[in-house]
Design a protein around this ligand. Structure first.
Ligand SMILES: [Zn+2]
Length: 230
């Protein structure tokens, strides 16, 4: 008996193509009975002529394959160990593979940074433009690779990952783990800090060592994306 790949129904969508391997378990003049190779449903019958004409005309619902191995390289997000082009790059990887509202921590982070402003040696000197610091003052830790030391600010600030998302993806297994593990990283309070807007923008996509990182296109064998898809 042969095998067939059956389309998972997401073709053309943002998620990309998804094929499933089916085994032909019975065939007669009118019907072909298919069963998923990886288990799940018990199988079903289709019109033989329908399947044949679909395969011959490349209708894109069925295609002939040698076995599940042939489909392994055709994931939703990954093809042959590389992200498909639509999912590459900083913006796509952050949006698709790093879930979790880490910025929701901003109020707590700012409150935690207020006592640090009070304790800072420059607090008693007051604002650079004159006058005392207000009760909203908090200590921005600065960004060492840009030679910005800690300083007191009163503006809103932005939430920053101490270990950057790019570092996590490239060098700390982010591209070789599950969506849930990346969410844990993305929202881990111990890896978040509040920076003033100026420091956060000058840090940009730099890693904590000051080097600018680009996101790798490759993923490891253990990578899975949203809904456990690969
Ligand atoms: Zn700052």
């Amino acid at each position: 008996m042969g095998r067939t790949g059956r389309h998972g129904g997401t073709q053309g969508s943002e998620a990309g193509e998804k094929w499933e391997a089916f085994e032909v378990v019975a065939i007669d003049a009118k019907t072909v009975t298919l069963r998923p190779v990886l288990g799940g449903s018990s199988g079903y019958s289709e019109s033989l002529n329908g399947v044949i004409s679909d395969i011959n005309s490349a209708m894109e619902r069925y295609k002939r394959i040698t076995g599940p191995a042939e489909l392994e390289g055709q994931g939703v997000y990954v093809e042959a160990g590389m992200l498909k082009p639509d999912f590459r790059g900083s913006a796509n990887i952050r949006a698709k593979f790093y879930e979790g509202d880490y910025a929701a921590n901003i109020e707590k982070l700012r409150n935690d940074a207020k006592p640090k402003a009070l304790a800072h040696p420059s607090f008693s000197a007051g604002k650079p433009v004159g006058g005392p610091w207000g009760s909203d003052a908090w200590l921005c830790p600065g960004f060492a690779p840009n030679n910005r030391p800690a300083h007191i600010v009163e503006k809103a600030g932005q939430v920053d990952h101490k270990m950057s998302v790019a570092e996590h993806w490239n060098d700390h297994g982010g591209n070789n783990t599950s969506q849930e593990k990346r969410r844990e990283f993305n929202t881990d309070p111990n890896n978040l800090q509040i920076l003033c807007e100026q420091c956060n923008q000058s840090k940009g996509s730099m890693g904590s060592d000051g080097t600018r990182a680009t996101f790798k296109d490759s993923v490891g064998d253990n990578f899975t994306g949203p809904d456990g898809n690969r």
